[in-house]
Design a protein around this ligand. Structure first.
Ligand code: GDP
Length: 687
């Protein structure tokens, strides 16, 4: 049993995942030969299946790194392309198709590529071997092929036939050995013939004496010798084999034995030559095992070196900080949730209030002006008494249907204005914007996947709550129900707040009057203009035309300013009036709500606010849970890995850790193999 090769092949598999480093490649058997020398036939005879690309148009364009794994305990035969993740392929014609496609994917302009295709074939009928099949050498470049093709193939082969690889040089018996490109190439890199096995194919095409003399070649003697084979499938068996009713190896070997047995003098045991595919297989196994053993020392030294480099990089660049994709995600998520918590602590009722205040207060003021404060009040004459006048408001009869309707109409006007929806939109947008800000300040900023997950988590919750919140706002303040629900405390707060709003408005109006005063050139001048405008309004003065060219000695511009100032001072009077009313004991209790619609509407606003604060607190509760689902427990391992690798720095960090771990694992396995070798050495000496 070739235990060493098996273990080394396993190690090679691990090393392949560590990354490309030539120092870390374990020895392989590299198969070279001219086109049509029978290279594919030999490989297929070893594997026992037809699986290599066939065709006239140079189908092998990439090296095929073929790993054969002997599986004595299972009858299953299958191939795998580890880099493609296609799983186990039991149908060898499907393997052949995949190989053909992979090869033909190399563009004609490139002709050959040195990017290897990895293929592992597991079967109880194959030996543990690691072989590399290369494009066949060509003698003449075809008319549709690039001129440099010949050189490119030769260069590619040269790259692979370097030590410690074993060279399997294929030459056809019917071609003079002196003309064998494979042997010529191998001689260049292995002049003493120490690591080359010569394979002479198509032994059936030359007469036996000549065949035997080729195998005894002395011009280029090989320490590992020549093996003669007949690896063609006999024509009469082709259809039988294709139907799957026969094993290729046994068919070939029967045909081969028949041929060699027919010439016992030349190829029999006494002849001292090596013939047959079975002999070749055994030879390959032994040679590879020995080569592997010989390279143990240098390979493990190379791995040690590589591990040292990885350890150094880990220390210098990453401060020996342990990291896994999971821990990175968990930390990032914790950090984000922490930042969100901080945000919620600074974003509560007062902030929501502040945000909505201007929007909402202004709308209430507009409504009041429209519905309650709409009677002109002038400085010069008191308004004529009217049942619905502003002046009557303080005496509003709570039994009167008129005042009921007016207040109801006002609240429902606010509702119809869409104040619920407006407020909810403002709050939801603010939350979303803050979540976006938190993302851009978090580690998730460089992770498109997580960004999207978080944004979706937030908008998911907000969308779901949006309609319920704005509906709630609208339901809750249906006038009748709302009226019952208003509490004394709320009323008192509303009173205070409404007074504040009116005061602010008053201040703004006074400011505006000052501005007009300044633009017209003083208090006195403004009073004169205002007096004139007032007179025209009352009809005491008649202005000719439309007054566009001025009147009463005032320019039209001045008259316009006068009108504006008059409006503002009316507004100031009105605001003062209402402020006094709000402060009066009458407005201290909600029983008198008809007297002070300002307070009532303010309480209404507080409810809108309250419901939006509810939205915020529901969000605060729900959001971290949603994050856990989308970025925590809910993620599959490969998604976590994909997430972490989005960040180049983290990718580098994870890679160096993985590299280190794999190299340590390889070294441990190598140590096991070396122990085995040492044990073998000792027992060998004893016997
Ligand atoms: P490659 O181009 O080097 O891979 O060569 P192939 O394995 O495709 O073989 C080229 C041709 O030689 C095919 O037609 C094979 O059937 C034929 N061939 C291969 N080995 C033998 C052999 O041992 N004897 C005979 N007579 N023909 C063979």
């Amino acid at each position: 049993m070739m235990v060493l090769t098996k273990k080394m092949i396993e190690i090679r598999g691990i090393l392949q995942t560590v990354g490309q480093s030539n120092a870390l490649t374990l020895p392989s058997i590299v198969v070279i030969g001219s086109q049509s020398s029978g290279k594919s036939s030999v490989l297929e005879a070893i594997v026992g299946h037809e699986f290599l690309p066939k065709g006239t148009n140079m189908v092998t364009r990439r090296p095929i790194e073929l790993t054969l794994v002997n599986t004595p305990d299972s009858q299953a035969e299958y191939g795998e392309f580890p880099a493609l993740g296609l799983g186990k392929i039991a149908d060898f014609s499907s393997i052949q198709r995949t190989l053909t496609e992979l090869n033909l994917a190399v563009p004609d302009s490139e002709c050959v590529s040195d990017d290897p295709i990895q293929l592992t074939i597991s079967s109880p009928h194959v030996p543990d071997l690691s072989l590399i099949d290369l494009p066949g050498y060509i003698q003449v470049v075809g008319h549709d092929q690039p001129l440099e093709l010949k050189q490119k193939i030769a260069d590619l082969c040269d790259k692979y036939i370097q030590p410690p690889n074993v060279i399997l040089a294929i030459s056809a018996a019917d071609v003079d050995l002196a003309n064998s490109t494979a042997l010529r190439s191998s001689r260049r890199v292995d002049p003493r013939g120490e690591r080359t096995i010569g394979v002479i194919t198509k032994m059936d095409l030359v007469d036996a004496t000549r065949g035997a003399s080729i195998l005894n070649d002395q011009k280029y003697p090989l320490r590992l010798g020549y093996v003669g084979v007949v690896s063609r499938v006999p024509p009469q068996s082709t259809s039988l084999f294709k139907k799957g009713s026969g094993n290729l190896s046994s068919i070939i070997s029967r045909n081969e034995s028949a041929f060699f047995n027919a010439h016992p003098l030349e190829f029999g045991p006494q002849a001292g030559v090596a013939v047959g595919t079975t002999t070749l297989r055994t030879k390959l196994m032994h040679v590879l095992e020995q080569t592997m053993a010989a390279s143990l020392q240098s390979t493990s030294a190379a791995i040690h070196q590589e591990l040292e480099e990885a350890t150094y990089e880990f220390k210098v660049q990453y401060n020996d900080r342990p990291l896994s994709a999971e821990s990175y995600l968990a930390e990032s998520l914790d950090g984000f949730k922490h930042a969100f918590k901080e945000f919620t602590e600074s974003f509560g009722r007062p902030q929501v209030r502040e945000m909505l205040k201007e929007e909402l207060d202004q709308r209430v003021l507009d409504l009041l002006a429209q519905r309650y404060w709409n009677k002109p009040v002038t400085t010069l004459s008191p308004a004529p008494p009217e049942p619905d006048s502003l002046a009557d408001l303080p005496k509003a009869d709570p039994e009167s249907l008129y005042w009921h309707r007016k207040l109801d109409a006002s609240t429902s006007a606010l509702t119809k204005l869409g104040i619920g929806r407006l407020a909810t939109t403002v709050v939801a947008n603010a939350i979303q914007a803050n979540v976006d800000r938190l993302i851009s300040h978090s580690t998730f900023a460089s992770h498109p996947f997580a960004r999207q997950a978080i944004t979706e988590a937030a908008s998911g919750i907000l969308n779901e709550r949006f309609y319920s919140t704005s509906d709630q706002v609208e339901n809750c303040i249906k006038p009748y129900k709302f009226e019952i629900d208003v509490e004394d405390g709320e009323w008192a707060r509303g009173r205070e707040h409404a007074a504040g709003v009116l005061k602010n408005e008053l201040r703004a109006v006074e400011e505006a009057v000052k501005n007009v005063e300044n633009t017209v050139g003083g208090k006195r001048k403004l009073r004169d203009v205002m007096g004139f405008v007032e007179k025209t309004r009352k009809g005491e003065v008649v202005v000719e035309g439309d007054g566009r060219s001025g009147a009463g000695g005032f320019s039209s511009d001045l008259l316009q300013k006068g009108k504006e100032a008059l409006f503002l001072s009316d507004r100031a009077i009105l605001l003062n009036l209402r402020l006094r009313a709000l402060k009066s004991p009458q407005c201290a209790t909600k029983i008198n709500k008809y007297h002070c619609p300002e307070i009532f509407l303010d309480v209404y606003l507080q409810t809108v606010l309250f419901l939006n604060v509810e939205l915020l607190s529901e969000f605060t509760y729900q959001f971290p849970r949603e994050l856990d689902i989308r970025l925590g427990r809910g993620l599959r391992q490969d998604e976590v890995e994909k997430f972490a690798r989005e960040d180049p720095k983290i990718r580098g960090h994870l890679d160096v850790i993985r590299r280190k771990e794999l190299l340590e694992l390889v070294l441990e396995k190598m140590e096991g193999v070396r122990d085995l070798e040492r044990g073998r050495g000792k027992s060998g000496k004893k016997s």
